[in-house]
Design a protein around this ligand. Sequence first.
Ligand code: PAF
Length: 282
Amino acid sequence: MNIFSEIKQIQKFITQLKLKNQTIGFVPTMGALHQGHLSLVAQALANNDVAVVSVFVNPTQFDNAEDLKKYPRTLEKDADLLKTVSKDIIIYAPSVDAIYENNVIAQHFSFDGLEHEMEGRFRDGHFDGVGTIVKRLFEIITPDNAYFGEKDFQQLAIIKKLVEKYHIPVKITGCKIHRESNGLAMSSRNTRLKPAYQTAAPFIYKTLQTAKDKFGTKSANKVTEWVYNEFAKHELLKLEYFIIADVKTLKTVKRKSKTKNYRAFIAVYADDIRLIDNIALK
Ligand code: PAF
């Protein structure tokens, strides 16, 4: 398995692949890989000659220093896990210095308002950090295709916008959310949940499923009110937001329209760990 940390080395390797007309499927990650990531990698391998996985905990997308400090860093374990998918996967694991040099700050972006909804309201500067690193990684790897999970649906929408605005020649594919058998959306953060919170956390997806059923007959406002009441009664989980939004604009739905597609989005604190999830409503 090839693991690169230097920009020059990976670029040299990629130039060789391109000379052989090989297509590159790219999966950007922050490591602490789980089955959800592996399914993105499997898709990248199925649709391209080569799969590149980046492992980089990007400091500029964290609005909370403690969260950045505690984010799991498990490169060796990640490499072992990737080997179970294929020995030919290429890992790119740069240092913060290699990516940012002496200037660990994010570029400022406008994503036509997508960045101000949901996560944007609660995580100051988060999408500037995501935009900065993903643009930088696309410049280094120059992939043909890139794969992102729908768990971070807003991030996926923003990356599609980034690629469109900066005319980056890469096709973005969104991949379905991978869940534990109890319904909890897979996330690198789940490993940090204390046992009581592990037991409690599947409540998030159960509530989303019921919200989906209710949305068939009730207004978005009524469903939202019901979800807030359910969480108000919960002893461990603290709801940060629940909204039902138009999948294109990510704006809260005021009045349902048959011609639009909606999703319900949720962010919840389980102790000090922030979990997000979403569900398609149509
Ligand atoms: O989704 C993630 O893991 C990160 O936001 C990403 C896309 C790898 C950028 O750091």
